[in-house]
Design a protein around this ligand. Sequence first.
Ligand code: ADP
Ligand code: TRP
Length: 331
Amino acid sequence: MDTVVSGIRPTGNLHLGNYFGAVRNFIKMQQDYNSFFFVADYHSLTTHPNPADLNTSVRQVLAEYLACGIDPEKCTLYIQSDVPETAELYLLLNMLAYVGELERSTSFKDKIRMHPDNVNAGLLTYPVLMAADIIIHRAHKVPVGKDQQQHLEMTRNFVNRFNHLYGVNYFPEPEAFNFSEELIKVPGLDGSGKMGKSAAEGNTIFLVDEPEAIRKKVMRAVTDTGPVEPNQPKSESIANIFTLMKLVSDSDTVEHFESSYNNCTIRYGDMKKQLAEDMIRFIAPIQQQIKKFFADTELLHTIVSHGAEKAKESAAITVNEVRKIIGIKKF
Ligand code: ADP
Ligand code: TRP
């Protein structure tokens, strides 16, 4: 059976981009694969969160994972730092990662552009830690959004380099994966770019957003002046609204607005109202569950303790084997 690994950094609440790019796949995959899902708290340290906030964010992401339907009976659900074997594998992999390739990574270049005052070594080696997360369970598939594709390519490079250098075929080559279609990019509401925690205020719909906040954000979404001839190609901002609608609305609703766009009778205000209500309906049951899980400290504790045990067992096998392969042996 193929193994699946994925994680999300606890840097804020989960949003619809996280849900459709990653978590929706976790829920589907946990049925059929040997799955490991984790809260990537080591990764979030690159931005130096305040310790109390970090702790709350870990708990929040955990509650959100569970509320979305991640089932600890079907997968291994854990917190990254509960498995320090990951840190050892990260150290070992760092010897195989070249500074030049790390500096060329798009996400590193973006981060130094956005935060020139905090270009720490953890940012540079972020893809190495991510590779360690993935190969510590010898994963085959990694459910992530399109923005993570380059990191997966880097993981494959490290894996191939390791296997080649030591003349082994120990690590499988993991691939980025989306259950139903291509890897996806959920657009934000500002007409361009992706939905994301660090995007501008109003661009992102969080799973914890109240209905009124969702209505406000969606009604402010960027549109254009409207189609003037039948079957006119859509501008980016309108295509994005349709993309969002396809995720949360039923197909009749999408078709209705497609045809009114194509015959130039569309009213964007109506479309956005519908989109907001469908997002609210989609999120409501998840939202109720988030509150319930977040408040249940005992349950959360039991779940992550059990997850840590299972994840450590799998990780220890890999680290022991890697130590042997590279020649770290007892006298
Ligand atoms: P953010 O971009 O908000 O900081 P993360 O980088 O923590 O989110 O992403 C966690 C997971 O969610 C990753 O698998 C990522 O690919 C996915 N993801 C985040 N935003 C989107 C998006 N807009 N579309 C598709 N997937 C996304
Ligand atoms: N880098 C991922 C992100 O920003 C989070 C992550 C860390 C991850 N380790 C991982 C994703 C391992 C998949 C597998 O979204």
